[in-house]
Write a protein that binds this ligand. Structure first.
Ligand code: WQD
Length: 351
């Protein structure tokens, strides 16, 4: 059974990917400093898979602590690297935090990949590397333009660092460009756990719907889109998770030509912010309180994926619809709220 190191394994996409990897026969260890996650999701993983996953509470920005994990686990067969800060808006406000955290951690990890000859590396990249594309949907050969945020820059630089590293060492790597991850595992035992006030649209919607947030601000409705709000491609987190398993198997089965390849992970369906709000209301019957506010610095106007390459080469077929994305997200939010009531005996309202 191949042992895979998942960085950011206590996080949203990391936890869902661990479930999929375990269900596909891999042995997993996680490294996550829990600065923006909690071990609660490891409990959910155990309930779903029956497997207890060991997490090393280590900051990958600390080289010695990171190196010690590899010394303790000489049988690591591959790495899936999620651990990074990922809020576009925050990165505009705190660029150094993002460059330092996201790039120092990656470089430390790659130093260990080289020292311990880890053969396979899968990187959590993002559609933000395309910047504001001239045409949509984007394919993997769509030129990456100037990033719109420091977050996007860290993903562009991360891709370059990994590409050159793999070229120099002969190691095999895959860069997965996520579109907008959303939703939760259908069993409602793991999902998105924003540590502070959420920044992403779907958790903002579900927290508004449950009453944790007073309402939603739509960041701009004067964009050149069909209804003036930004356009995105929401992909269910479980579909996204399975793509990582397929990418790892693709590497292990020796199918990668060259040393690095790139895949878009989106559904190929574009939907606007306002359409997403209306779809949530339709799916759940909950009326949302929203208002139009100013544009958010760093936002891309419109982007959605051409996912033919992942379908054809990885055999990936995203199955969840937008309705199921919103339904599972809502189910998870309701469960969190029930757990909080049980834990504290009262309703929780965050300002
Ligand atoms: C989506 C749209 C906002 C909140 C995300 C991840 C990033 C990367 C790409 C994976 C934008 C609007 C949001 C709100 C709003 N994913 N919005 N009101 O910026 O596309 O980036 O996907 O790597 O990690 O962050 O996602 O959900 O923040 O925003 O109007 O309260 O929703 O302006 O147009 P984004 P998002």
């Amino acid at each position: 059974m191949k042992k895979i190191l998942v960085t950011g394994g206590c996080g949203y996409i990391g936890s869902h990917t661990i479930v999929d990897l375990i269900e596909n026969g891999f042995d997993i260890i996680s490294v996550d400093n829990n600065s923006r996650s909690s071990t609660q999701l490891l409990e959910g993983i155990e309930k779903i898979t029956g497997k207890k996953v060991k997490n090393y509470k280590v900051d990958l920005c600390d080289f010695n602590d990171t190196h010690a994990i590899f010394e303790e686990n000489p049988d690591i067969a591959g790495i899936i690297h999620f651990a990074a800060f990922k809020a576009v808006g925050e990165s505009v406000e705190k660029p150094l935090l993002y460059f330092d955290n996201n790039l120092s951690s990656l470089i430390n990890l790659l130093k260990c990949v080289g020292s311990f000859n880890i053969p396979y590396f899968v990187f959590s990249s993002s559609c933000t590397v395309y910047g504001n594309p001239d045409s949509i949907p984007v394919t993997e050969t769509t030129p990456t333009k100037q990033a719109e945020s420091p977050y996007g820059y860290t993903k562009q630089m991360g891709e370059q660092i990994i590409t050159e590293f793999s070229r120099a060492t002969g190691g095999k790597s895959i860069l997965l460009r996520y579109f907008n991850p959303a939703g939760a595992h259908p069993l409602g035992l793991i999902g998105e756990l924003p540590i502070d006030k959420p920044q992403n649209l779907v958790p903002v919607i579900t927290q508004s719907a449950i009453g944790k947030l007073p309402g939603i601000t739509v960041f701009g409705d004067q964009y050149p889109t069909r209804d003036g709000s930004c356009l995105r491609d929401f992909i269910h987190v479980s579909d996204l998770a399975h793509a990582h398993t397929l990418a790892l198997q693709y590497l292990i089965n020796g199918k990668l030509k060259g040393t690095t390849d790139i895949f878009n992970l989106g559904t190929g369906n574009g939907i606007t912010v306002l359409e997403t709000i209306k779809a949530f209301e339709k799916v759940t019957g909950v009326t949302l309180n929203y208002k139009i506010g100013p544009n958010r610095p760093g936002d891309v106007v419109a982007i959605y994926a051409n996912n033919d390459k992942a379908k054809n080469l990885l055999g990936w077929n995203p199955a969840y619809t937008l309705e199921e994305i919103l339904q599972t997200a809502w189910k998870w939010e309701q469960k969190l709220s029930e757990d909080e009531k049980l834990f504290t005996g009262k309703n929780i309202t965050l300002n």
